[in-house]
Design a protein. Structure first.
Length: 405
């Protein structure tokens, strides 16, 4: 049972230095914090997000209602908040309010019951045995995650995905890879710059450039080291309507993008391609999934926005075989778990993800491990707000080893 004694909202800074919401909940001698991220590249079907001052004002206004009753568990709390909002997209309360409260309550419930947070989340998802995800490191940033003056690559993310199952070893590989990548980039450009997610910046209009750099660094790293590459095209941000995608002077049709992805899959160790087309281009998604889905994860993000209705629509259209899970796209832990359970029932892959404007909250690490996600995407480990997620997995790994679990 959870009886809240106090709710203290405040502003905090995210990884871009922009304001976001943080909240502290207390219940007796127990206290839990949560802070929420904010994305720059957003799907149009994501839950509504109020301004930060408005979010703080709303949270204060609903505090009496939240303090006036006892909640059986986090799911009971979430249901109350969802009913209090009463809209289909969190338009009344806003996702900053609902999610920060929801995460904090999950942490508080774990403390009260002397449980790990990942155990609480795994129980909510009906997962019998947690497992570590593969780690998706975004090492080259592009698209909307880089200042336009730096003329970044059109695609938003170029990732390495070690096959190593140990989080500690996987993170170590990422740091080693970054050092080699920097050497190659220095030969290309004397100045090293970083994007919103802590990844390196490469200039140019050719989307393949990022993969070429990853490939060169991998050769130095030792191609015997087992890893894959991933790409997030974030194509909704490139689409200008109809069948045209544009970035600076470069322009592609749907067919030209399809041919580009097929080339990527042929020439590089591609595991995942995220948001390859505009979020309403269902037919193009389905055609690509039919072509490469047997060996590549075709990942919906803007397409599905952690929303069970959109995920069901993607299933009917046969558009994808993997889903990115971002809690702040939907607004509560319970609804996030509902999306995860649905994706699992389809036999698809699950990648739990951060946002471009992140905080030092490590919730998504517990979520990924607790529900047995196939991947965790948290950006480059060069940025502290990203590293804290990876370090949380390492902490869990070390604890399990110490207890021979």
């Amino acid at each position: 049972m959870i009886q809240l004694d106090a709710i203290v909202p405040r502003t905090t800074a995210d990884s871009r230095g922009e304001a976001t919401v943080e909240v502290t909940l207390t219940s007796g001698s127990f206290s839990a914090n949560a802070s929420v991220p904010c994305g720059k590249s957003k799907g149009s079907h994501e839950a509504f997000c109020h301004t930060i001052p408005k979010s703080i004002e709303i949270m204060k206004s609903i505090t009496p209602a939240l303090l006036s009753r006892t909640f059986a568990d986090p799911a009971d709390f979430d249901k109350f908040v969802i009913d209090l909002d009463g809209t289909s997209n969190k338009e009344k309360l806003g996702v900053n309010v609902t999610l920060s409260l929801s995460i904090a309550v999950s942490r508080l419930f774990a403390q009260i019951n002397n449980l790990e947070l990942y155990t609480v989340l795994g129980n909510l998802a009906a997962v019998a045995k947690p497992s570590f995800p593969r780690l998706f490191f975004n090492l080259i940033n592009g698209g909307l995650h880089v200042r336009s003056s730096l003329k970044p690559l059109p695609f938003q993310e170029y990732l390495i995905i070690p096959k190593e199952t140990s989080p500690k070893k996987s993170v170590a590989q990422a740091f080693q890879f970054i050092a080699l990548l920097k050497k190659h980039l220095t030969n290309y450009s004397p100045e090293i710059n970083y994007g919103d997610e802590g990844g390196l910046i490469v200039s140019g209009d050719d989307p393949e450039i990022g993969l070429k750099f990853l490939q060169e660094a991998w050769k130095d790293f030792g191609e015997q080291t087992a890893l894959d590459f991933g790409v997030d095209a974030a194509s909704s941000s490139l689409c200008e309507g109809g069948d045209e995608y544009r970035w600076n002077e470069a322009c592609w049709t749907t067919q030209e993008l399809t041919n580009l992805y097929l080339k990527f899959v042929s020439n590089y160790p591609i595991l995942s391609i995220e948001d390859p087309f505009y979020e309403e281009a269902w037919k193009a998604w389905a055609q690509l999934n039919e072509r490469i889905g047997a060996k590549v994860w075709v990942v919906g993000d803007d397409l599905t926005v952690t929303n069970v209705d959109r995920i069901k629509e993607a299933r009917e259209a046969r558009s994808i075989n993997a889903v990115l899970i971002k809690p702040n796209q939907i607004g509560t832990v319970s609804e996030t778990i509902d999306a995860i359970k649905l994706v699992k029932s389809f036999g698809w892959k699950i990648i739990v993800s951060h946002r471009s404007g992140e905080t030092n909250d490590s919730f998504i690490a517990d979520l990924a491990y607790g529900v047995g996600a196939d991947g965790l995407k948290a950006g480059s480990p060069l940025q502290n707000e990203r590293l804290v997620k990876y370090n949380r997995l390492i902490e869990i790994e070390q604890s399990l080893r110490e207890h021979n679990l």
